[in-house]
Design a binder for this molecule. Structure first.
Ligand code: ADP
Ligand code: TRP
Length: 350
């Protein structure tokens, strides 16, 4: 067995980031799923740079936890990323990096399909078909489009069309559930609406997917108290080295007006149960340095094993490429069958 394979065992995960209510919600959801036939889960992340703890708690943690109870498809959304990364070397590196991130977190290629969007041409084909039944005003209501417009950015057709490619990603696999953070809710709604519209015009073809968004971690806050995001320079990278953790935590903007340093606490409760933290924070009221040091220690304890596992996997690029090739093959098989049905329905099969 290669080094890479030896480390693929999915990590039994704690639910520290969730309140009791969140844990019960995830448990009930999983039980419900176990009782029925396996549901299909699909999600994706754009290879646009290093993932952060917001990506992890908001979405990727759920990928790992639900892969054993679902038929899971985990995609590297490289064609979505092409709207942001237009440099071949960078794109290639980001794709490999994200594949390593998925594997280091515990996604298991033996039970889940891990693949790259651009390897399955049916995604772009279906996106085109969806374009033809979608109106401009409908797409103009997308948050991402409106934000870009508000900032006076020149908007590519790819950005405008983003929700239709994402609808194709989801609907091709008869997906039941899409685990994502809050910012992707509207995109899953676009997928549902598009499925309904297609079904109405061409008869029942697509399943209506549901988003899976956990309230406690729907929007993880960054070091400046705003939503953590790759584009805001306020992240704690998921595979950070100790110095990066130190720098990010020391940079958390603190607010002395409240009882607790709010921003530090908000991040800390992802790593330790809230009840435990309350006494720590009360005992150290106003001592930001002590509290930040405690946070650094907790983040390091969480990240260190992931980081080390990722380093081992990174030594074997060949295995990663093989996993992606096998994933693409499995995804293609499903997508090909679905597209046969779609082409029949629209009348292009003679
Ligand atoms: P970013 O905004 O950092 O570029 P992505 O768009 O790559 O992140 O998001 C990948 C996944 O992580 C999506 O499901 C998204 O909803 C989720 N996500 C991103 N940021 C956060 C956050 N701050 N809190 C919760 N989930 C998040
Ligand atoms: N739009 C998602 C994001 O920015 C990435 C994505 C692409 C995705 N296709 C998807 C997520 C399908 C879930 C399902 O994070």
């Amino acid at each position: 067995m290669s080094k890479t394979q030896a480390t693929f065992d999915p990590k039994p995960d704690s639910h520290v980031g969730l309140s009791l209510f969140g844990k019960i919600a995830l448990f009930c959801y999983t039980m419900n799923v176990n009782e029925k036939k396996q549901k299909t889960l699909l999600s994706g992340v754009k290879p646009t740079g290093h993932p952060h703890i917001g990506n992890y708690f908001g979405a990727m943690k759920q990928f790992v936890e639900l892969q054993n109870t679902h038929s899971g498809y985990f995609m590297i959304a490289d064609y979505h990323a092409l709207n942001f990364i237009q440099n071949a070397g960078e794109m290639r590196q980001n794709i490999l990096d994200l594949a390593l991130d998925y594997l280091a977190l515990g996604l298991d290629p033996k039970t889940s399909v891990i693949f790259k969007q651009s390897d399955v041409q049916e995604h772009t084909e279906l996106a085109w078909i969806f374009d033809t039944i979608t109106t401009m005003p409908y797409l103009q209501r997308a948050h991402a489009y409106k934000d870009a417009q508000a900032k006076d950015k020149e908007i590519s057709v790819g950005t405008f069309n983003y929700p239709m490619l994402m609808a194709a990603d989801i609907l091709l696999y008869d997906t039941d559930v899409v685990p994502v953070g809050q910012d992707q809710k509207q995109h899953v709604e676009y997928a549902r609406d598009t499925a309904e519209k297609f079904n109405r015009i061409f008869s029942e073809t697509f399943k209506l997917p549901e988003p899976l968004i956990l309230a406690d971690v729907a929007v993880v806050l960054g070091t400046d108290g705003q939503k953590m995001s790759k584009s805001y320079n306020n992240t704690i990278p998921l595979f950070a080295e100790p110095e990066e953790i130190q720098k990010a935590v020391m940079g958390i903007v603190t607010d002395s007006s409240g009882e607790l340093p709010k921003n530090v606490f908000a991040i800390h409760k992802l790593f330790r149960p809230e009840a435990e933290l309350k006494s720590l924070y009360e005992a150290n009221n106003g001592k930001y340095k002590v509290l930040k040091e405690a946070l650094i220690a907790d983040i390091e304890a969480f990240i260190a094993p992931l980081r080390e596992r990722r380093k081992v996997l990174a030594q074997d690029e060949k295995s990663v490429l093989k996993i992606l090739a096998e994933g693409a093959e499995k995804a293609r098989e499903v997508a090909r069958e679905k597209m046969k049905v779609v082409r029949e329905k629209i009348g292009t099969t003679l």
